[in-house]
Design a protein. Structure first.
Length: 124
């Protein structure tokens, strides 16, 4: 639910004008953002498959239960677990690259990218 809200929020918000003139860097930034969202979605799906591999639904904070849509299958649970681990590793790697890119913008390019990400107002 939070993921759906975040994607909607991102879609509905006005995007700031990119500081970077380099088209290749703009494309990499867009690709990185899409990859992060895609990996999060895949993590949720693989996590659901792990949790329901024994044929039991997933209780959501005692409010409702997501049913197990596929039959009881331990092999499916193992495969989903391996996929989940790979996705998590790729996601963490991409987050590290994202942080390094923000630091590169701040300390090497000396632009306002990091400050805009952190909502730091300009001091006059």
């Amino acid at each position: 639910m939070v993921l759906v809200f975040r994607i909607l929020w991102n879609f509905l918000q006005a995007k700031p004008v990119p500081l970077e003139e380099n088209t290749r860097l703009k494309q990499l930034a867009k690709l990185g953002q899409k990859a992060l969202y895609g990996l999060i979605i895949l993590m949720v799906i693989s996590g659901y498959l792990i949790s329901t591999a024994k044929g039991k639904g997933v209780d959501v904070f005692g409010l409702f239960e997501l049913p197990a849509l596929l039959a009881d299958d331990a092999d499916r649970g193992e495969l989903a677990g391996e996929i989940h681990e790979i996705i998590a590793t790729v996601f963490i790697s991409l987050v590290v690259i994202h942080v390094l890119a923000a630091l590169l913008h701040h300390f090497v390019f000396k632009d306002r990218t990091l400050k805009r990400m952190l909502w730091v107002k300009r001091v006059r």
